[in-house]
Design a protein around this ligand. Structure first.
Ligand code: 3H9
Length: 708
């Protein structure tokens, strides 16, 4: 038919194969090939039934997101107009069986639902993940899905974007059979059976039994909107998906499709779609590192040895065992070791209660973690990760020790969040094997792994770290070795700025509310309390923030530290915490802030949420621009991936640098210039930001121009 879609015959059954690696996306040529193949099969009198299948690892994984990206940015795009193809499939007089394996996603599922039957490999998954890209299904998915699975399930799938497995798909009516063994053979047998039936194939668009009525469904629509607000706070597309499904119930099929097209167009043109599509490609671009190619050796990692059984060490152990790795967990203190293992067990118990894992699965995972007080077995580890607290001298002592034990191919990782990798590596005879592996707490949950490249870190070690991130189901972002790397270096000005704001008249509660309304997972004061005011104090000390005589630092955080108000762990920090760990504003802290400000002669005023966002988020952007120009971040997009996956920045805003692009760099540069005039050195405009703003460019263009 064309290079992307082929047609073959197995006796009386035509087999149409989509072959567009890597994921059989509906790129230009695929819909055309399918149309021609269906027409060819229908024109062939010897053909009585049709099977559509995907070559390689998957059925069709959706529309081509590159085309969607062009459409979102208002550039010429070849988005598939699938309406005619889907109608042609449905109207085929010969039964069409869709044979699904791998990931049948988005437009792929929409094509599949136009078939008369669907069969799936047992390990196949199906879904409408469009909301992850800020859009809704745009090829009649919101109209056919509720006809097959019912309104409630369709809403759930389209709002959460979560895929379902073959067993679930079978029980809800999305597919007609699960195939064990050869999918093609199973699909052919199914098609032969269908051919033998006397009744004409049923069109999905003609089904109505599962749709219900607009009035009867009202609670489902309400629940759908509530679900959208809960799982995707502030997101536009999930709400539009509910609206489109409502149209499936209230309008005839063709009118419902028309409504879906309008809503889809609205979503594609939104800031949120641009941001989320950017985030999709950014997440995949981060692993492209100059100097690392397909030929770079990746060392196999099967056995990981971790030093430190505290919160980080324990979380890393869980992340590793979840990925099937064997773990040695060392802690010099037996009590810490016991506490660490106990915490791991408790965390897993919660997972079992929530149905995420089975009890057997947990025992198996636990059996692969070996707690121990010494270095026994470290000589055969493929990777050693030091995860003790932030103290350079202790870390150096540990690295000198493991240098004498580790095998020649062992990668030596440090989970430091701020300290100098080169200094740590300097105590070893193999600095090329040392790499920063900055996990985020809880390490078994958070997706980000900041991979810090020291001066001597070899490409092989870096490639191994990137492969490890993938294996642990994390996104690995390479950062250069500067204090705080990417994430925490940006965090400090952001955190300090929020603290300056409260000295000037805002309250922690007000600042946090502005930030969570903006979409941050947590406000910065709540974050500080969770991470520990004592921890932040120690890090600031290690970074030398207390010995910079000319730099004005905020005043109150140190007072809280001295009062022993370390945050959640002591029940008091910026807020007060009860047994439920809920933050309640503390009038005492507000009073402390006011008297401290008065004592320092700081004028008081009120702040709008917009001002709070400008002062805090723009400080992130300014520091981010500096990181790119200094080469510590390879791309602006890398910073976005770090902030979305490690710091709770709203994905629907695309990360701080994409947010800057969409806000307009000129506006941001102008505000920063005003802040600079008002507050001095800490707001010195980053030269790159100023330059791009003057040239009318964006960070996105800057990344594209350099094509790192
Ligand atoms: C849609 O369908 C809209 C319709 O309703 C309406 C239309 C009118 N397009 O993730 P990986 C690339 S919206 C283009 O590393 P994995 C990806 O960039 C779409 N490219 O592999 C990467 O390229 P590179 C709904 C795509 O095995 C390479 O493939 N569908 C697409 O970890 C490998 O990707 C989705 O949202 C695409 N659709 O995961 C599915 N998909 O090597 C999005 C992937 O150059 N995709 N690429 O960096 C995924 O969820 C995962 O990629 C998938 C494979 C699970 C399929």
């Amino acid at each position: 038919m064309n290079a992307l879609v082929t047609l073959a015959k197995h006796d009386a059954i035509a087999v149409i194969t989509v072959d567009n690696p890597p994921v059989n996306a509906l790129s230009p040529g695929v819909p055309e090939g399918l149309e021609a193949a269906i027409a060819g099969a229908n024109a062939d009198a010897a053909v009585r039934g049709i099977v559509v299948i995907g070559a390689g690892r998957t059925f069709i994984a959706g529309a081509d997101i590159k085309e969607l990206e062009s459409a979102a940015w208002g550039q010429p795009a070849k988005l598939p107009a699938l309406h005619d193809l889907l109608a042609q499939i449905e109207n085929s007089p010969k039964p069409v069986v869709m044979a699904l394996h791998g990931t049948t996603f988005g437009g792929g599922l929409e094509v599949a639902m136009a078939g008369h039957y669907r069969v799936a490999a047992r390990d196949g998954v199906m879904g409408q993940p469009e909301v992850n890209l800020g859009i809704i299904p745009g090829a009649e998915g919101t109209q056919r899905l509720p006809r097959l699975v019912g309104v409630e399930k369709a809403i759930d799938m389209c709002v959460t974007g979560k895929p379902i497995n073959a067993a679930d798909a079978l029980s809800c009516g999305l597919i007609d059979a699960v195939i064990d063994g050869s999918l093609l053979d199973g699909a052919l047998a199914f098609a032969r059976d269908a051919v033998g039936k006397s009744a004409a194939p049923v069109k999905t668009s003609s089904l109505h039994q599962k749709l219900g009525t607009p009035g009867g469904n009202a609670p489902l629509y309400g629940a759908g909107r509530a679900l959208a607000a809960k799982v995707r706070r502030g997101a536009f597309a999930p709400v539009k998906a509910v609206e489109a499904i409502e149209a499936a119930v209230s309008l005839p099929f063709d009118a419902g499709c028309q409504r879906e097209r309008e809503l889809f167009a609205e979503c594609v043109a939104s800031d949120q779609a641009r941001a989320l599509i950017h985030a999709f490609f950014a997440e995949r671009a981060v692993s492209k590192i100059p100097g690392i190619t397909k030929d770079t050796t990746v060392r196999p990692v099967g056995k990981v040895a971790i030093i430190g059984a505290g919160t980080m060490g324990g979380g890393i152990a869980m992340a590793c065992t979840n990925a099937g790795l064997n773990v040695l967990l060392k802690d010099g203190e037996q009590s810490s070791l016991d506490r660490g293992m106990d915490t791991i067990r408790k965390n897993y118990d919660v997972s079992v209660k929530r149905g995420r894992f089975t009890a057997e699965g947990i025992s198996e995972r636990m059996s692969r973690i070996h707690p121990q007080p010494d270095y026994a077995g470290f000589d055969s580890a493929d990777l050693i990760i030091e995860a003790v607290f932030e103290d350079m001298e202790i870390k150096k002592k540990i690295f000198a020790e493991i240098d004498g034990i580790a095998s020649v191919n062992c990668v030596l990782g440090t989970n430091t969040s701020t300290l100098n990798i080169d200094e740590i590596a300097s105590v070893t005879k193999r600095p090329e094997a040392v790499v920063g592996l900055h996990f985020f707490s809880p390490a078994n949950v958070m997706r980000l792994l900041e991979i810090v490249r020291g001066r001597a870190t070899s490409n092989e070690v870096l490639a191994t770290a990137l492969a490890l991130a993938k294996k642990l189901n994390k996104v690995g972002v390479v950062a250069g070795n500067c204090p705080g790397f990417i994430g925490n270096r940006m965090m400090f000005p952001y955190m300090y700025e929020a603290q300056f704001l409260i000295e000037e008249g805002a309250t922690p509660e007000q600042a946090d509310k502005a930030l969570t309304d903006f979409g941050m997972a947590m406000g910065i004061f709540a974050v500080d309390d969770m991470a520990g005011i004592d921890v932040a104090w120690r890090v600031r000390k290690a970074l030398g923030h207390f010995s910079e005589p000319d730099v004005r630092r905020p005043l109150v955080q140190d007072m809280l530290f001295e009062m022993g108000r370390y945050g959640q762990k002591t029940g008091r920090g910026w807020y007060i915490y009860g047994a439920d760990r809920k933050a309640t504003p503390d009038p005492e802290v507000v009073e402390l802030i006011r008297t401290t400000a008065a004592g320092a002669g700081i004028a008081q005023r009120t702040f709008t949420a917009e001002e709070i966002i400008e002062r805090t988020v723009y400080s992130l952007i300014n520091e981010g621009a500096r990181l790119i120009e200094e080469g510590f971040a390879l791309r602006a997009a890398d910073i976005d991936v770090v902030y979305i996956n490690g710091y709770g920045f709203p994905a629907r805003r695309g990360g701080p640098m994409m947010y800057a692009d969409q806000t307009g760099l000129a506006k941001i540069a102008a505000r920063i210039a005003e802040f600079h005039a008002e507050f001095g050195a800490r707001w010195t405009p980053a030269p790159l930001l100023a330059r791009l703003a003057a040239e009318g460019k964006t960070f996105r263009q800057y990344d594209a121009d350099r094509a790192v």
